[in-house]
Design a protein around this ligand. Sequence first.
Ligand code: SAH
Length: 262
Amino acid sequence: MSVRNSISEKKPRLTLVGAGPGDHELITIKGAKALQNATVILYDALIDPKIFEYASPRVIKRFVGKRCGLHTYSQEEINEMIVSYALTYGHVVRLKGGDPFVFGRGYEELAYAGSFGIETEIIPGVTSATSLPALKKIPLTTRGLNESFWVLTGTTADRKVSNDIFLAAQTNATVVILMGLKKLGEITEIYKEANKENLPVAIIVNGSLPNEQFITGTIKDIGLKVNESDIHGPALILIGEAVSLQLDKTATFIKNIENQLA
Ligand code: SAH
């Protein structure tokens, strides 16, 4: 290796890479190239290890994940690790599930590294919020049925149910809730108060992975169905008429919409 190369490899830099929702083939080509060039990879809990096929065998891999409040490292510690690894080894890839800027604290990591004069780049990822419904053939928007989809967190920074859910429940939007399974009871209560007991709901657990689970129901019965299932892993809650399109009713529904629009 030439001196020039080793110097450029040592140059501290951070690339924040979105790994996609789980299936390792759902990383972007640009993200995979960044893994190939990384000296260090700091990765999260929701990353499928198969993704390291794209990295150099010599890469230093460090797990810095947190799951359900069980913090392996605090956010401050992760920020500091990014900086110290970049200053020591050069190119750090911070690999995060889905898209790093969707409930990912990616912005904080970029800003912290930037404040040390470290060069930063972001490679967006395929977010679970839009890709998991698509993989289940549930359209987030459908002409004539809804005009928006909302992506919300079920649990706010102070561990409460988000106020935005009260607003979302008033609309015809397809609602996608991340980090919401523990709040499912409160969420369904909010929808019941809005007289939406029969609105379809789906829960996708470990979406895009071999151990995926998929549960469907309505606001009225989804809580019971979830209690009866043995759920382990990250879960996405989908609420709205859009969910019913996943079922075999699709063809009839599209016909109805076409008739209405004609
Ligand atoms: N940045 C990520 C989201 C991070 S928050 C993204 O863009 O996808 C983590 C939450 O995302 C989980 O609690 C869960 O609600 C959702 N999630 C991420 N991956 C998932 C998967 N494979 N299956 C189901 N839910 C998932």
